[in-house]
Design a binder for this molecule. Structure first.
Ligand SMILES: Cc1ncc(COP(=O)(O)O)c(C=O)c1O
Length: 364
């Protein structure tokens, strides 16, 4: 079976972990600051804070920009559920707006129309690694928290790396991501005040100069261990290769699926560059997705529906009264999207096997 994802880990990661184990300092040790500094340098950010997951990063970033009980945050319904959940953690309301049918990112016009007097922030997502139209969102003068969990390696239209702007951007390091620490995340940001608040709140609300059991604000345990940071440093060293591997596989898929009836991920346009994370195709209308996934499995290919619309998940229907028909572009795309196997070490033969299977079972 060709799996959906597979991390690239080797001797460098093994050595890095063993070093930390032997040092005896498994958390809050030197690897934390080293990983943050190296990551910030990599994406051109002024500050970076490592956290235990992308979700934790989104939560702390929203708190840092001042999102509170009763606020509204405009965001996309076509994302992994964590981007909306993080808003709900603070008892704020995710106000969804429809997506652009080509980039699949939050549509700037729809987002503008969803802004009200209660809107505290905007939370665009760089879905499938393609940069959201950040300059369009910046024009509103509202705080932005960017969900870049899928977008390491991407670049905005002006050529600067995703994560390098002044607003907080959150990355994720789960095992299927471009860079993995097993579980983990990173917030990049331009503001020293944001960094100070994030660092305190990820560590039980403790200021850096405080004693172990002294806490001057509410906080969480969202720390990333030195073991994970050491893996992250080793992964950063090989990030160029990892990204190049993904781009190579994406190009092979494009070639193998050219002329097929499935809709491929949009090409980079206007200077925007995707940080390749997943290869998601949309099936033609009228082709059953569940049966396609089953038929692919029978041919030795793992795939999954990716992503379901957030507003139609049971929690969001019940808590916020969402129904079908509210965001037609998102709902149409979400109903037809399938993630195919995608990882840097995929061979040409594996890509060909997936493409042949998909062409055979989706009638295209
Ligand atoms: C768009 C998006 N947001 C948030 C997250 C959450 O990241 P994590 O799983 O590290 O909490 C993910 C991870 O899959 C994601 O893809």
């Amino acid at each position: 079976m060709i799996p959906l994802a597979r991390p690239v880990l080797g001797e460098a990661e093994e050595r890095a972990v063993i070093e930390v184990l032997r040092s005896g300092q498994l958390s809050l040790g030197p690897r934390l600051a080293e990983f943050e500094t190296a990551f910030a340098a990599r994406v051109g950010a002024r500050h970076a804070s490592a956290v235990s997951s992308g979700t934790a990063g989104l939560h702390l970033a929203l708190r840092a920009v001042g999102v509170e009980d009763g606020d509204e945050v405009v965001t996309t319904p076509f994302s992994f559920v964590a981007s909306a959940n993080a808003i709900v953690f603070e008892r704020a309301t995710p106000v969804f707006a429809d997506i652009d049918p080509v980039t699949l990112n939050l549509d700037p016009d729809a987002a503008a129309a969803a802004i009200t007097g209660r809107t505290k922030a905007l939370l665009p997502v760089d879905i499938f690694g393609y940069p959201a139209d950040i300059p369009a969102f910046e024009r509103h003068g509202l705080p932005i928290v960017e969900d870049a969990c899928e977008a390491l390696g991407g670049r905005y239209a002006d050529g600067t790396p995703i994560g390098s702007r002044s607003h907080p951007a959150t990355f994720a390091f789960y095992a299927n991501k471009q860079l993995t620490t097993g579980e983990g995340g990173m917030i990049t940001m331009g503001s020293a005040e944001h960094k100070e608040r994030v660092d305190s709140e990820r560590n039980q609300g403790r200021a850096p100069n405080m004693d172990w059991l002294d806490h001057d604000r509410l906080g969480f345990n969202y720390r990333l261990s030195d073991i994970a940071c050491a893996i992250g440093l080793a992964q950063l060293d090989r990030l160029d290769d990892l990204l190049a591997g993904r781009a190579r596989v994406a190009a092979l898929y494009r070639e193998a699926l050219a002329g097929s009836a499935v809709t491929l991920p949009c090409e980079d346009t206007g200077g925007n560059e995707r940080g390749w994370f997943v290869f998601v195709v949309q099936l033609p209308h009228g082709i059953g997705r569940d049966s396609t996934i089953e038929a692919l499995r029978a041919r030795g290919v793992q795939s999954k529906p990716y992503l379901p619309a957030i507003h139609l998940m049971s929690y969001y229907r019940e808590a916020f009264g969402h129904r079908e028909g509210e965001f037609p572009v998102c709902e149409d795309v979400a109903a037809r999207s399938v993630a195919l196997p995608f990882f840097p070490q995929m061979t040409e033969g594996q890509v060909a096997q997936v493409a042949e299977a998909l062409t055979a079972v989706s009638g295209s």
